[in-house]
Unconditional design. Structure first.
Length: 272
């Protein structure tokens, strides 16, 4: 891929550099961590797109053995790669840094959704590929938002914050929305949500506490609490193990409103 052979009315040195950056990215495409390499190319590529230029020879972009002459095809694939790399970085980081990485991944997902709205290129052989499906990127957005809220939850746990229920409940709901593309289990986040609901109840409501986490009493996150509350109930409270409490619902409409707030420029929307 040689941009300098395909484009004019743009700084030729920058085009040569852009070609070099793309070749470097392709060489490191399957590296475990190619985030900085992908970012360098992505930023240079976006600078090209921000200018008017003339195409003298239609470039051919290749990703995963799929080819297209559409510049948006290139942009979408790089953004998806960046999203995956930010997600990997988040998984290896402490909660406060993980939250930042997941938010960057979310921004890439949103960019892909926006770009697909204006993708008018006739790539009939590619149109059924996941990378060109809006629901695929919505699912990725919901997945990264779930991880974003889970990182907030872990941060609050580590720092004895008292708002853990809200964050883990959001993480759970966003995880369920990933089924828009493919089914993923949300059981872990569901169990943590029910556990936080139980922890928020008064001590004398041991029966309800037990009922909330009964289905998860043998899991690592709930076992200790179930044993403690069961002993308290048997020795002190004698309450029936029953509850009418359920997880507060959260609709897709509310999710989009929430995402709009997260992406607003307000600094308060990004507090840990």
């Amino acid at each position: 891929m040689y941009y300098e052979k395909c484009i004019k009315n743009y700084d030729n040195k920058k085009l040569i550099k852009l070609s070099q950056l793309r070749r470097n990215l392709m060489r490191h495409l399957h590296d475990e961590n190619n985030l900085s390499i992908a970012l360098e190319y992505y930023n240079a590529f976006n600078k090209l797109l921000a200018h008017d230029f003339t195409i003298t020879k239609q470039p051919m972009f290749e990703w995963n053995n799929q080819h297209s002459t559409c510049f948006l095809f290139e942009k979408i694939n790089v953004q998806h790669l960046l999203s995956e790399q930010y997600e990997k970085a988040g998984a290896k980081s402490q909660p406060i840094e993980a939250k930042k990485h997941y938010f960057e991944a979310m921004k890439m997902n949103v960019e892909n959704i926006r770009d697909l709205d204006r993708y008018l290129w006739e790539d009939s052989d590619l149109l059924m590929q996941p990378i060109l499906q809006s629901n695929f990127h919505y699912s990725k957005l919901f997945e990264n938002t779930s991880l974003y809220y889970h990182a907030m939850y872990e941060y609050r746990l580590q720092n004895d914050k008292d708002t853990t229920l809200f964050t883990i409940r959001r993480a759970y709901h966003y995880k369920t929305f990933t089924n828009l593309w493919c089914k993923q289990s949300a059981e872990e986040y569901k169990s943590l949500t029910l556990l936080e609901m139980a922890k928020a109840l008064e001590d004398d409501k041991c029966g309800e506490k037990l009922a909330l986490i009964q289905d998860y009493k043998d899991t690592m996150q709930c076992k200790e609490f179930y044993t403690k509350w069961y002993q308290q109930n048997e020795c002190v409270y004698y309450k029936p193990i029953d509850t009418s409490l359920t997880i507060k619902p959260f609709t897709l409409k509310e999710a989009f409103q929430d995402l709009s707030k997260l992406f607003s420029p307000s600094p308060s929307s990004q507090k840990a």
